[in-house]
Design a protein around this ligand. Structure first.
Ligand SMILES: *[C@@H]1O[C@H](CO)[C@@H](O)[C@H](O)[C@H]1NC(C)=O
Ligand SMILES: *[C@@H]1O[C@H](CO)[C@@H](O)[C@H](O)[C@H]1NC(C)=O
Ligand SMILES: *[C@@H]1O[C@H](CO)[C@@H](O)[C@H](O)[C@H]1NC(C)=O
Ligand SMILES: *[C@@H]1O[C@H](CO)[C@@H](O)[C@H](O)[C@H]1NC(C)=O
Length: 306
């Protein structure tokens, strides 16, 4: 069986939501701002494409997979930026905020909804940050890890891993044109997930730029999540999920007569599979029922099967 390759540099970008104040700005304002940010921007020739650039249409269409958005009517970016450095991405984030432009990030562009290159809001100008130049991949076979940049497609990642070792793999999707950044940030499911989990489960570190333009990695982000977690052995987890205090002896599992909940309060418990997400109003109704005096408390475990 293939061990999973543990990953990676992931360049994920939070999108600024700046369209509550949408003064229409021309692409020139944005471009001028970008040049004023960093002199290395100015020396980069193939960085900025506006509708007036000869290669604009070709670049925009290059990764469109859905013909619905490949029309003259589909809203188009005021500017496409193809950065080659972190500072150019930071400058793009800063300038799109400064000029009230939405920022849309494109890694592979495979998304069928067109979220990375068009907009459902015709009146809000936007910039496409196309990460086509962010596609370096380095595989460390002894460590069984790799760094991959956000604009690499899954096909490139698989190919590089396979070249490095026939015994390594990475659990992600089956469509090879999907960009790593969008795929992993959405979870990323694929054929190896029943054994190895989602792509996101195998991400060890990530370098990302937030909506203020700050560069963060795992250490500087801190382990802010996921704070709610306690590390324990599988056996201890079985004691914990049975409802015993987390420092209980694992020997409680051998006792057929005790249950941590029985006797302490009255409750009803139900585990079920659901086909659709339960609306909030329905959940509130269920809670109301469970907290009626003749019940007292309740536990619901639901697995979404769709
Ligand atoms: C989008 O349009 C261009 C130019 O008309 C064409 O070359 C390309 O094949 C189209 N792509 C899709 C996915 O429809
Ligand atoms: C400008 O960009 C270069 C190269 O990416 C980077 O090393 C430098 O720190 C940047 N300067 C500023 C002021 O952001
Ligand atoms: C990709 O790697 C090459 C070779 O190390 C380097 O010159 C280039 O700057 C890297 N590109 C990015 C976007 O990091
Ligand atoms: C578990 O921890 C609680 C709170 O710290 C303590 O009161 C209790 O005695 C502990 N129980 C065991 C079995 O160690």
């Amino acid at each position: 069986m293939l061990p999973p390759l543990l990953l990676l540099l992931l360049l994920l970008l939070q999108l600024p939501h700046s369209w509550s104040s949408p003064p229409f700005q021309t692409s020139q304002d944005f471009t001028r701002c970008l040049f004023s940010q960093n002199s290395t921007v100015a020396t980069h020739t193939n960085l900025i494409y506006t509708p007036a650039s000869p290669k604009y249409s070709l670049l925009l269409q290059s990764t469109i997979r859905d013909a619905r958005f490949n029309t003259t009517l589909a809203p188009k970016p005021s500017v496409i930026v193809t950065p080659t450095s972190l500072s150019q991405i930071q400058a793009s984030v800063h300038c799109s905020r400064e000029h009230g432009l939405q920022l849309r990030v494109r890694s592979g562009g495979h998304d069928y909804e067109g979220l990375s290159y068009t907009s459902p809001y015709p009146n809000y100008p936007f910039v496409v940050l196309d990460l086509v130049n962010f596609r370096n991949i380095s595989v460390d076979v002894p460590e069984k890890t790799a760094w991959v940049q956000s604009g690499a497609i899954l096909g490139e990642l698989y190919h590089r891993i396979g070249e490095a070792s026939p015994n390594l793999a990475f659990p992600a999707g089956s469509c090879h044109t999907v960009g790593v950044g969008g795929h992993f940030s959405g979870g990323g499911f694929g054929f190896l997930m029943r054994k190895f989990g989602l792509a996101a489960d195998n991400v060890l570190d990530a370098v990302l730029i937030d909506s203020k333009g700050s560069v963060l990695d795992r250490a500087s982000m801190g382990e802010d999540m996921k704070g709610d977690c306690q590390e324990m052995s599988w056996l201890e987890a079985m004691v914990f999920h049975a409802g015993f205090p987390s420092n209980s002896s694992v020997d409680v599992l051998l006792d057929r007569t005790i249950s941590p909940l029985v006797g302490s309060f009255k409750y009803k418990s139900k585990s079920d599979y659901v086909q659709d997400a339960v609306p909030k109003a329905a959940l509130l109704k269920i809670w109301g029922k469970l907290f009626e005096t003749d019940v007292g408390g309740g536990i619901i475990l639901m697995a979404l099967t769709r």
